[in-house]
Design a protein around this ligand. Structure first.
Ligand SMILES: *[C@@H]1O[C@H](CO)[C@@H](O)[C@H](O)[C@H]1NC(C)=O
Length: 323
């Protein structure tokens, strides 16, 4: 198991123990870091036929990339559980509750969250998410049968749950739907490429890679009018936080508003530009005024141990390591 695989899981464990108290239940949990990720990896590889519904038990700490039906059954009080769902960049996740047998009056709950909560931070951040925070939760105990399906705004979602009585159970059915304009994304892989397009929308989008990576920008087109021949209009010579630009952020949490700018790019770019970012999380974020069609294409690959050591050696004082 590579070092890079440990990073997000380390986050998972921290967030779970940070969820108010009761972390001893987590320690008793048999799910190990390696177990969770080997499970995730074998699931990613498995190809399933269309009409087969994948079913398996849901664990108190779980990570799922597959569509299917997942049933949690408590064997003992489990007060501090979370399951993380992730899809491809161009997918959103729908989660439907069924056969819910929990005791809301006793403090049991099952809540869907539109995004991920890691180490006490949210992705997408409050600033970047289209909905106010209170509307990002669907709480089974508040809504009962009124709203049984929750749909995420991006490729990640999660559920928090707590049950006191052994034998309590619920099922969630997870489906993935195509999102024609993906905006906020967490990469499912450590390696890949992506083109982010914001067509005439006053919005900000980020692509987050939760591994130390080298990122290479292939093409960046900013502030261009629809026609290819239109001259570039730039009133501000440096980004200065204004206008349309792309920023590369680095940090050790998932909230983009708490991350540090590694580089700002506010000019269109044709050739490749690379950077190595030795942070737990690297984010490509595009800020868009809505006046233009903005587009950035980039690829990324994980840094190996030797590269990480090397950048670390060069920047002892840095918050995380950049070359
Ligand atoms: C996008 O981000 C910029 C700078 O970070 C901010 O000033 C602006 O208000 C944001 N726009 C939206 C629609 O959130």
């Amino acid at each position: 198991m590579s070092v890079a695989f440990r990073v997000p899981l380390y986050c998972l464990i921290l967030v779970l123990s940070a969820l108010k108290g009761e972390s001893r239940y987590l320690q008793e949990n048999e799910v190990t870091a390696e177990g969770l990720f080997s499970l995730l990896n074998s699931e990613v590889k498995r190809e399933l036929s269309k009409d087969f519904i994948y079913r398996r038990p849901l664990r108190c700490l779980d990570m799922l990339t597959m569509e299917g039906q997942f049933t949690f059954t408590a064997e003992r009080p489990q007060l501090n559980c979370a399951a993380y769902f992730i899809g491809e960049p161009n997918e959103v996740i729908s989660i439907e509750y069924s056969a819910v047998d929990i005791d809301c009056r006793r403090g049991d709950f099952v809540k869907v969250f539109d995004g991920w909560f890691l180490k006490g931070e949210k992705f997408p951040s409050n600033q970047d998410h289209p909905l106010p925070l209170s509307e990002r939760y669907v709480d089974y105990c508040d809504t009962h049968d009124l709203k049984r399906v929750a749909r995420s705004s991006q490729n990640v979602a999660m559920i928090f749950f707590r049950v006191h009585s052994p034998g309590s159970s619920f099922t969630v059915t997870v489906k993935k739907l195509i999102n024609p304009f993906p905006c906020n994304i967490i990469s499912q892989t450590r390696e890949g490429s992506f083109t982010m397009v914001i067509p005439h929308q006053h919005t900000n989008c980020s692509f987050s890679i939760i591994y130390p990576v080298e990122i290479e920008i292939e093409e960046l087109s900013l502030g261009r009018l629809d026609s290819n021949d239109a001259p570039l209009k730039r009133s501000i010579p440096s980004c200065g936080g204004a206008g349309d630009f792309v920023e590369l952020l680095g940090g050790n949490g998932v909230d983009t508003s708490k991350m540090f700018p590694v580089a700002d790019l506010c000019f269109s770019l044709n050739g490749p530009a690379q950077m190595k970012v030795g942070c737990d999380n690297t984010v490509m974020r595009m800020v868009s005024s809505g006046k233009f069609i903005n587009r950035v294409t980039f690829q990324y690959r994980p840094l190996d141990r030797r590269e990480l050591q090397k950048i670390k050696g060069n920047n002892v004082e840095e918050f995380c390591f950049i070359e």
